[in-house]
Design a protein around this ligand. Structure first.
Ligand code: DX5
Ligand code: ZN
Length: 222
């Protein structure tokens, strides 16, 4: 199975958002990871549906929208209308995650469920038939550039076993680098989010080289 790289736009130059999207697209991004933060579920604020809608014409690639907001349900339609392809919600946000996942699929979008580093994998045992993706956080959500939490590698292995033969992606978010990627992929991850490690260097050539370094390290060169 080939590994997909999903650069997190959180680490790009927001003043040049359209150019950065075009550059990361040409540099070979598979998906575009968009981090939505509300200053309530996480201690940071980023952007919402209007900004995602403005980004949408600048690349045809999958918009992988990571919602770090609580409540979630009142905003799902707005994110779907803005152009989200995958909508992922934290199991720690809201009281009725199963209902939320059904609502996402009802909007015709792929549904993802996210686990913070401290949340045990058992929390999603009864959600696996309702999701297209499980996102495991390898940092506490809120900021780019944080240190990778190695204990989550074992959780990747356990989630992979829980998933069995269901067609569900395992995505990793936080501190992904050429150094941390190999163990994650070996444990079963197939989508790697990376912000700092992809956008360092600030040029399209650097982005391409940075993504290739992660792919090569993960044992899945394109
Ligand atoms: C953190 C976000 C991540 C973040 C990853 O809350 O969900 O997507 O941008 O950044 P790096 O790759 O720098 O850890
Ligand atoms: Zn994220």
């Amino acid at each position: 199975m080939s590994v997909l790289i999903a650069p997190s736009m959180l680490s790009c130059d927001f003043a040049r958002l359209a150019d950065e999207l075009a550059a990361i697209d040409r540099a070979g991004a598979d998906w575009i990871h968009l981090d939505v933060m509300d200053g309530h579920f996480v201690p940071n604020i980023t952007f919402g549906p209007p900004v995602i809608k403005a980004m949408r014409p600048h690349t045809p690639k999958v918009f992988d929208v990571h919602l770090m907001i609580d409540p979630v349900d009142p905003f799902l339609t707005a994110f779907a209308d803005a152009g989200a392809d995958v909508i992922s919600v934290h199991v720690e946000a809201g009281r009725h995650v199963h209902r939320t996942l059904q609502a996402i699929r009802g909007l015709g979008r792929k549904a993802g469920v996210v686990l913070n580093p401290g949340t045990p994998e058992g929390a999603i045992a009864y959600l696996l038939d309702s999701v297209d993706l499980v996102l495991l956080m390898t940092v506490n959500p809120g900021f780019g550039g944080q240190a990778f939490i190695p204990a989550v590698v074992e959780k990747v292995r356990r989630v992979k076993a829980m998933i069995g033969d269901r067609p569900i992606h395992i995505e990793i978010d936080g501190g992904v680098t050429p150094e941390t990627a190999p163990a994650l992929v070996a444990a079963g991850a197939d989508v790697l989010v990376a912000g700092t490690a992809v956008f360092k260097g600030g040029t399209e050539a650097a982005y391409a080289a940075n993504m290739e370094a992660i792919r090569t390290a993960a044992g899945a060169p394109r």
